[in-house]
Design a protein. Sequence first.
Length: 74
Amino acid sequence: MKKVLAVAAFAAFGLMSCKKDYTCECVTTAAGVQTGTTTVTINDTKGKATETCDEGDDSASVFGFTTTTACEIN
């Protein structure tokens, strides 16, 4: 019985969220043309890394030209 509990505890520990390295890739486009790509490594849980990466999303319009940055976890 103790072996079963030990295996169950180990399996439950393996399913817990842990910090890992995630790559956040941000692609910038201006007037529909890709103008740049930036990658950043984020060491966190997947949910928090996704939130942090999504904070890089941006859009701006100057003189009728729209520049957007879209960030995604890869």
